[in-house]
Design a protein around this ligand. Structure first.
Ligand code: ATP
Ligand code: MG
Length: 393
């Protein structure tokens, strides 16, 4: 994935004494100390991160932690006090207002929490509004608006006023307006927070569906860890203007760096977040053509295994054998593994969530885990799954 947005050492101080406040910050003073001596608020405290092209990047954190400040710096609704924001390699923290307007018009769209629709304009006019300020003529605007409304499933509502739509539908209009401009970057500040839980869930699914299709770079602010985990390829959790932890949903659940992060991840159903790839216990396997029943048994004893998978010469799993079958075959003088191999075994890929694999254990076999090339990555026993879910995090 190539990089779309790079943020380097971004600092935002709200207030007139920002030079003094910046000095205090560089001397190591805390946000509270800076506030006390200057009356200025440290909105962003030296934030650095990179966002990939096509990534859905989530920013989380308690109220006042600096999420909106960070996102508004990306389209310069707010000017940072110091630092860099590169979009496609161009440092937009230091371009003039004219260039910034062009960048906003071409590259960045924002979706707001309270829809931000014009009540007196029709749905189609609202969707076409972003194009209007980009100088697109009326008929093209209308055409593009209708196309985009179709994408979000609201084409029938084009000529209604937003007030005749439900909250969820209005949010879709807001989303359509952002999509209509073809901007590569979508900034979404608590875009779904005003919706009821059911509609909110639907909008999340809709966003994921659209994202698969359109591959925008999305920066999505959320208060809700469940939402963040569902949507985010990666999540940055902020506190007091700084990033406390940045990682995949799985990273945050498995290795929270401190109690602040734990406070967020505790509410989350780990089984929906942890993937099979991170609970693999044993990668050892038997290779057809190389291993015999006696060498196989030795491997199993060395690794203390009751089951072992057998792979072909391309490292693809083709069966599994039980230790007791190996032992009895050896006594009978057999050497060919294939004769005692079970070929009906459960198989999953590394990206599967733990929640989706429980039913596969009904045969009592450990699961064979494969990567995208279908190569064997290791096996996962039921006990590994339960341990990873049971550990208090
Ligand atoms: N225009 C402003 N002037 C002064 N201080 C501000 C301004 N905007 C934000 N702040 C302060 O900066 C800090 C970060 O605010 P920000 O709006 O980025 O937080 P947030 O994480 O988006 O919070 P929320 O979840 O409530 O939206 C807060 O302490 C806030 O009071
Ligand atoms: Mg905010």
């Amino acid at each position: 994935m190539s990089t779309k947005i790079v943020i380097e050492n971004l600092i935002k101080i709200y207030g007139k004494k920002h030079i003094a406040a910046l000095k205090l910050f560089r001397e190591g003073k805390t946000r509270d100390e800076i506030l006390q001596s200057t009356g200025n608020v440290l909105g962003l405290a030296d934030v650095s991160l990179e966002i990939g092209k096509g990534e859905l990047f989530v920013i989380m954190g308690l109220s006042g932690s600096g999420k909106s400040t960070l996102v508004r710096c990306i389209n310069r609704l707010i000017n940072p006090t110091s630092g860099h924001i590169y979009i496609d390699g161009e440092d937009i923290a230091h371009v003039d207002e004219k260039r910034m307007r062009e960048i906003r018009l071409k590259k960045i769209s924002m979706v707001f929490q309270r829809f931000g629709l014009f009540p007196h304009k029709t749905v189609a006019e609202n969707v076409g509004y972003g194009l209007k300020i980009r100088g697109v003529d009326t008929s093209h605007r209308r055409q593009k608006a209708l196309e985009t409304l179709e994408v979000v499933g609201l084409e029938k509502w084009a000529d209604y006023k937003p007030t005749s739509l439900s909250g969820g539908m209005q949010q879709r209009v807001g989303l359509a307006r952002a999509l209509a401009t073809d901007a590569e970057i979508l900034l979404m500040d608590e875009a779904f927070s005003a919706l009821d839980p059911l509609t909110r869930g639907e909008m999340q699914d809709e966003l994921l569906r659209l994202q698969k299709e359109l591959q925008k770079t999305i920066v999505f602010i959320s208060h809700d860890m469940q939402e963040g985990m569902k949507l985010g390829d990666r999540i940055a959790v902020m506190k007091d203007g700084a990033i406390v932890q940045l990682g995949t949903p799985e990273d945050l659940v498995i290795n929270p760096v401190n109690d602040y992060i734990k406070g967020f991840t505790e509410e989350v159903n780990s089984a929906q977040v942890i993937r099979v790839g991170s609970v693999i216990s044993k990668k050892v396997s038997l290779k057809i053509g190389q291993d015999s029943i006696s060498s196989g048994l030795k491997k199993m004893l060395n690794h203390n295994l009751q089951f072992i998978y057998v792979v072909d010469d391309q490292n693809k799993p083709i069966g599994l054998v039980k230790k007791k079958n190996l032992e009895s075959s050896l006594k009978q003088g057999k050497e060919d593994i294939k004769t005692i191999m079970e070929t009906d075994f459960p198989i999953v890929d590394t990206y599967t969530c733990l929640e989706d694999i429980f039913y596969l254990y009904k045969q009592g076999f450990p699961l064979a885990v494969i990567d995208e090339k279908k190569e064997f990555q290791g096996m996962v026993k039921a006990v590994d799954v339960l341990t990873s879910l049971g550990e208090p995090n």
